[in-house]
Design a protein around this ligand. Structure first.
Ligand SMILES: Cc1cc2nc3c(=O)[nH]c(=O)nc-3n(C[C@H](O)[C@H](O)[C@H](O)COP(=O)(O)O)c2cc1C
Length: 198
């Protein structure tokens, strides 16, 4: 079992970074092999260039896939489980993670397999996808206003979609009153091995 963590937060002073440290400790304790794509630390480019759009949008499959995207494809190829960890910003993931999907989910790789001449290998089906997001609002409030459902629909049904066999979303809500939720969040992260192996 090899886990790839796609981590998206700009600050080491953040609560989300604290969750990343807990997650890494738990995986080490469970002897689960992992690597991290830390999108801000890597300065991962998340704006699609005009040339990239011509491949993606106009489906000119002769245009090359950028090297940084190919590196992410290789990490995905090595993974049995991908964990996405990020803070909820305006009811979704930060724009940088959205840009990861825009660029890494290349046409002919993650979708649009029927369009071509296969110039690249298709993305393999990953056994497990886990989305972990920290949120200022409580889980109860996010459920009440329908945002928890919309985040699940967008992340699990669309972005992870059929590319993942099993999927879970863990909302670590209520960070606005962090002292009330820190312990229960930590207990959830400590049990992440159960989610990965299930
Ligand atoms: C730009 C921005 C937008 C945010 N939007 C939301 C939101 O839509 N819903 C929510 O529950 N919390 C929102 N928050 C709160 C974050 O989810 C919260 O700060 C995060 O879960 C934990 O904080 P951290 O930045 O210390 O990791 C937002 C925070 C920022 C900075």
């Amino acid at each position: 079992m090899r886990v790839l963590i796609i981590y998206c937060h700009p600050s080491k002073k953040s609560y989300t970074y604290e969750v990343l440290q807990q997650l890494k400790t738990t995986l080490k304790n469970e002897q689960i092999d992992f690597e991290v794509s830390d999108l801000y630390a890597m300065r991962f480019k998340t704006d699609m260039s005009e040339a990239e759009y011509e491949r993606e949008g106009l489906v000119n499959l002769d245009l090359p896939i950028p090297g940084d995207v190919m590196k992410e494809h290789q990490k995905i190829a090595n993974a049995d489980c991908i964990i996405f960890l990020y803070p909820v910003w305006w009811s979704d993931c930060p724009a940088k993670l959205k840009g990861w999907f825009d660029r890494v989910y290349s046409v002919g790789y993650a979708y649009g397999h029927n369009k071509s001449i296969h110039t690249i290998e298709s993305m393999k089906t990953i056994s497990k996808g886990i989305v972990i997001c920290t949120a200022g609002h409580s889980n109860a409030f996010l459920n009440e206003i329908g945002i928890a459902k919309s985040m699940r629909t967008v992340m699990l049904d669309d972005r992870l979609g059929k590319r993942f066999k099993n999927k879970d979303m863990i909302i670590l809500g209520g960070t606005i009153n962090i002292d009330n939720v820190r312990t229960v969040h930590a207990e959830t992260i400590n049990k992440i091995g159960n989610y990965i192996k299930e």
